[in-house]
Design a protein around this ligand. Structure first.
Ligand SMILES: [Zn+2]
Ligand SMILES: [Zn+2]
Length: 390
């Protein structure tokens, strides 16, 4: 079964929505205009709109006409899109570019929101399914963990579901292809700040100081040993120092130096090992040179892990839309991260990548969601509901 005809004939409207959303990008938890756009569209389709969650999160639902409402064990699934944009100055030059200065839909969440709206619209007029589908428009995917807030506010208690599904566009993957695999697909995202407290003084008399800059140099080099020497090469680990601040002058050795960075892992055991090693190394090196270290380590997002059966469901739905030959099952997992992981920690489900073609990379000021993907994504969501709520 190829793309769904009614959806294809609606392509111009989908594009119009996407461009409208693209022009009003909003950052994490401030997606007010975007949320209102979604709520108005859902209401106009006759979709039930529930109270908001996580501030700007919108939830809609439809119950199929084949549902036996006297039963209490009817099936329910949730489909999730993300609403937020990024603090980037857009350089695409498209006619519908951002009207919000310094903000841009550079991760394609405008496309994700449009595809889920398209599915809600189609299903509202094609209710021949058995069970309930929830359309989840989640805020703050970037950095702030809107998915975590959904869990904390009791999404899964309010809306008991059998599975949740997510989708992200993927530059570099051909339009018309899906990358789907079970197990880990995105890494856990941790951040750390290290402050090395030494003893400041005159740069011409280093013997009277404890130079935190030299010690920071040793720490930076040593931390690269965690992934290259201390972890099993089969375990994917990234330790990156991304920021260093120290000193203000040519002739002053400063009191302290600060390093920040990120750790990416797929596996909880490996993550804990990296944390222990990082802390031990920093403390030992600082000890050796007579300095003191303060480490602030934060786990931001867990790794995104697809469950086996729901991955098969995703493959079946995608196969119906684009054909068997267009499902890539061995696409390498990404060391990037995704807050859909919080939702997958609470429920079975699957997060798939949908090809965005040869576009600029995500988070690049020249990136744009590919409108040719819209009807494919909407058809995928619809087939998922038709197959899972049959
Ligand atoms: Zn992003
Ligand atoms: Zn994204």
């Amino acid at each position: 079964m190829p793309l769904i005809e009614q959806i294809v004939s609606n392509k111009d409207e989908l594009k119009k929505w996407r461009h409208e959303l693209h022009s009003i990008p909003e950052i994490a938890f401030d997606e007010e205009k975007t949320a209102q756009f979604v709520e108005q569209k859902l209401a106009s389709f006759g979709v039930t709109v529930h109270p908001r969650m996580a501030g700007t999160g919108v939830i809609g639902s439809l119950t199929g006409k084949l549902t036996n409402k006297t039963r209490t064990d009817n099936k329910a699934i949730a489909l999730r899109a993300d609403l937020d944009a990024l603090p980037i100055v857009e350089k695409t030059g498209v006619a519908y570019c951002s009207t919000h200065s310094g903000m841009m839909h550079a991760c394609g969440h405008d496309g994700h929101t449009t595809m889920l709206l398209g599915a809600a619209q189609y299903l509202s007029t094609n209710l021949d399914f058995n069970g309930t589908v929830y359309f989840v428009f989640q805020p703050a995917e970037e950095n702030e963990g809107g998915g975590r807030v959904f869990v904390e506010e009791g999404f899964f208690k309010k809306y008991p579901i059998d599975a949740i599904y997510g989708m992200h566009n993927w530059p570099g993957l051909e339009v018309g292809k899906f990358a789907i695999r079970s197990g880990p697909v995105m890494a856990a995202y941790d951040v750390f700040d290290i402050q090395i407290n030494g003893k400041g003084g005159h740069a011409a008399a280093p013997q009277n100081t404890i130079d935190p800059i030299v010690i920071a140099g040793h720490v930076i080099t040593a931390l690269q040993n965690i992934s290259s020497r201390q972890c099993n090469p089969q375990d994917a680990v990234v330790v990156s120092i991304t920021r260093m601040h120290a000193g203000d002058s040519y002739n002053v050795i400063p009191e302290s130096a600060c390093l920040s960075g990120t750790v990416r892992t797929f596996n909880h055991r490996v993550q804990e090992k990296v944390i222990t090693q990082l802390e031990q190394m920093v403390q030992s090196i600082c000890d050796a040179y007579g300095a003191a270290a303060e480490i602030d380590y934060q786990k931001r997002y867990p790794s995104t892990i697809n469950s086996d059966i729901e991955t098969e469901h995703a493959v079946l739905a995608a196969m119906d839309v684009v054909g068997n030959g267009n499902i890539v099952c061995d696409y390498p997992p990404s060391m990037g991260s995704e807050d859909f992981s919080f939702l997958l920690n609470e429920s079975k489900g699957c997060y798939v990548s949908i090809g965005n073609g040869d576009s600029a990379s995500l988070h690049n000021p020249y990136y744009n969601f590919n409108d040719e993907v819209l009807t494919i994504g909407v058809s995928y969501w619809v087939r998922m509901v038709q197959l899972q709520l049959s």
